[in-house]
Design a protein around this ligand. Structure first.
Ligand code: IPM
Ligand code: MG
Length: 382
């Protein structure tokens, strides 16, 4: 596995924002602390309030003080946060905050947008000997656009009259909805920019070039979603010309879900707009052992936030039984990004050794080890 390196490697102590969130986020970050300490990584870990409890108590799951903290750190490690649909979220607000028009938006999505963390980098590697591998030797890297697309947050339910009138004037197919009452439908806007498409696609190619990857595949649905995905695919084709040494191809999101399962070795680096990137991340994670193995970097020019791809898994919260490997691999990505290459290599090889030995396994891998026992087993290899 490889990462994107921060050119400004620091000599002294790092400042790392520590954002456990809620649910199993807290438990997997405890596991991360064990390996970071064993690596003697020199850092101050500054706790940031974030998560469901702050939504319920303060009406904001990502309070301003945590946003300020992120302006002043070298990187962040994030656990997981519970997200609920709008109405369910409103119902859990403390009584004084109810009916104030507060709306819940996923803090991680806000963080990605607020700090322009436009690259979502997700390496998916089948570590030898993992009994959950779909096939041995799978080694894929997903580049997911992280700030735009259907995650734009521009949504309407109910639909304002003005918007409906404008759409009726400008878009012929909208006629099909013209008699639907405004409170009986909803609109979510998929917004993709040329700049946003260009920079994620370029990041994927630069990564391929730097790490000797052979192929970059663009994922889209340009045959149906013609405006936004058309723009993405067109941009991909333009940028591909700058990288003549790298093979390219493209596929529809539905087809790639089938092809990835059928012929995983035909793929290498995958680049996609936000939502398709989200979807294939889970598919590819399952091919290398499930979400317990999926790590993620949200990377911008000034800040990078590393996290496991899995969510807060409320049903397992408090039991310290989930697999911490996704988070430990996110730590490896953080070390790489900071330029701490040796520590990153050591950590990945410790993870690989423990997986191959197969003695300490959490429930998802068929064992009965607890979260922190697996972290200790990895730390013992360092
Ligand atoms: C992910 C997650 C998030 C997303 C959720 C938790 C908002 O699924 O990081 O893949 O949709 O991006
Ligand atoms: Mg996801």
């Amino acid at each position: 596995m490889s990462g994107i390196h921060n050119p400004n490697k620091k000599e002294g102590k790092y400042r790392i924002a520590w954002l456990p969130g809620d649910g199993i986020g807290i438990e997997v970050l405890d596991a991360a602390q064990i390996v970071l300490d064993k690596l003697k990584f020199k850092a101050d870990y500054i706790h940031g309030d974030i998560g469901w409890e702050y939504w319920c108590k303060e009406g904001d799951a990502f309070p301003a003080r945590t946003i300020d903290l992120l302006k002043n750190v070298d990187a962040a490690l994030f656990g997981a946060i519970t997200s609920k649909p709008v109405k369910a979220a409103e119902a859990e607000l403390t009584p004084e905050l109810k009916g104030k028009g507060l709306t819940y938006r996923s803090p991680i999505v806000r963080m990605r947008q607020l700090f322009d963390l436009y690259i979502c980098l997700r390496p998916l590697k089948a570590y030898p000997g993992n009994p959950l591998n779909f096939k041995e030797n799978i080694d894929l890297v997903v580049f997911r656009e992280n700030t735009e697309d259907l995650y734009s947050g521009v949504e309407f339910n109910p639909v304002p009259r003005e918007l409906a009138d404008t759409l009726l004037k400008l878009a012929k197919p909208f006629g099909a909805f013209k008699d639907v009452p405004l409170d009986k439908y909803a609109i979510s806007c998929k917004i993709n920019t040329k700049k946003g498409s260009e920079r994620i696609i370029r990041a994927a190619f630069e990564f391929a070039k730097k790490f000797g990857r052979k192929k970059v595949t663009c994922i889209h649905k340009a045959n149906v979603v013609r405006a936004t995905d058309g723009l993405f695919l067109e941009t991909f084709k333009e940028i591909a010309k700058e990288y003549p040494g790298i093979t390219t191809d493209d596929a529809n999101i539905d087809a790639i879900c089938m092809w990835l399962l059928k012929n995983p070795f035909n793929y290498d680096v995958l680049v996609a707009p936000n939502l398709y990137g989200d979807i294939i991340s889970d598919l590819c994670a399952q091919m290398v052992g499930g979400l317990g193995f999926g790590c993620s970097g949200n990377i911008g020019e000034k800040l990078a936030v590393f996290e496991p791809t899995h969510g807060s898994a409320p049903k397992y919260a408090g039991q310290y039984k989930v697999n911490p490997i996704a988070t430990i691999l996110a730590v490896k990505m953080l070390l790489d990004w900071l330029g701490e290459k040796e520590k990153g290599v050591a950590l990945e090889s410790a993870v690989a050794t423990v997986i191959a030995a197969g003695k300490v396994r959490t429930y998802d891998i068929g064992g009965d080890a607890k979260t922190l026992e697996l972290a200790e087993a990895i730390a013992a290899q360092l």
